[in-house]
Design a protein around this ligand. Structure first.
Ligand code: PEP
Length: 250
């Protein structure tokens, strides 16, 4: 079932104490009576404490990444099983920073998706074009290829565990946001691309989040678009009052 979702990606910010402080502030400020799913993604080292801290709240916890491997000699990696063992059942896969700085290709991401699904995790699959792609009018092609190469190997039934997050790279952390119409245009294209391969039920049920400099001032207009089902929030997720205002805009 299509759901409204607002997720906060904390990236490599907040140590243990700061994480606890921000979680307390969020518990205080976030609306409790909202139908949307609220998720935060702190760093690996703070996931277990976040799960404990948020146990009796309406805020879920996601990891920012995980290994494509189940276990073994992969120094520094974190497996799906490790995440699940501390109560984390949702993971971001394919964030543009993982693609750009850690060389995560569509093919690696496809393996990560497979591993996450095999472990019954929910995947927030992130993708989006770079500025040059949009300038060259290649943005629809790029997005379609990212979906086909990284995600479309899954089965129809797997879509219950998939959330899509369209994040144009040129809008991430830059202060530059896609206009609500640009977001809607791409979200519609994404839904139609899913429909073409997996059919209408899957296409209508999948939640498609927008990410890229969403702020309290622009969230309402972006979220009002028909094919935008919520947001993946970076910078503004680190300030409880801003994140709460964004969540309240859904
Ligand atoms: C992100 O990192 O997923 C993101 C959308 O960042 P920002 O909101 O800061 O652009």
């Amino acid at each position: 079932m299509r759901q409204k979702i607002v997720a906060g990606n904390w990236k490599m910010h907040k140590n243990a104490e700061e994480t606890e402080d921000l979680l307390n502030e969020l518990i205080d400020k976030l609306p409790h009576d909202i139908e949307a799913q609220i998720i935060v993604a702190p760093t690996f080292t703070n996931l277990a404490s976040a799960v404990d801290h948020l146990e009796f709240t309406n805020i879920g916890v996601a990891a920012q990444n995980m290994s494509q491997f189940e276990s073994g000699a992969y120094t520094g990696e974190i497996s799906a099983d490790m995440l699940k063992s501390i109560g984390v059942n949702t993971v971001l896969i394919g964030h543009s920073e993982r693609r750009a700085y850690f060389n995560e290709t569509d093919f690696i991401l496809a393996d990560k998706v497979t591993t996450a699904l095999k472990n019954n995790m929910t995947v927030i699959f992130c993708f989006g074009e770079e500025l040059k792609d949009r300038q060259n009018k290649q943005h629809f092609n790029v997005v379609e290829n990212q979906l086909r190469d990284g995600l479309f190997h899954i089965k129809d039934k797997d879509w219950e565990q998939i959330v899509l997050a369209y994040e144009p790279v040129w809008a991430i952390g830059t202060g530059e946001t896609a206009t609500p119409d640009q977001a809607q245009e791409m979200h519609r294209f994404i839904r139609e691309t899913v429909r073409h391969t997996f059919g209408s039920n899957v296409a209508e049920d999948v939640s498609i989040l927008y990410g890229g400099s969403v702020k309290p001032e622009n969230a309402k207009e972006i979220f009002s678009k028909t094919d935008v089902d919520g947001g993946l929030i970076g910078g503004a997720a680190l300030k409880a009052s801003d994140f709460a205002a964004i969540v309240s805009s859904i």
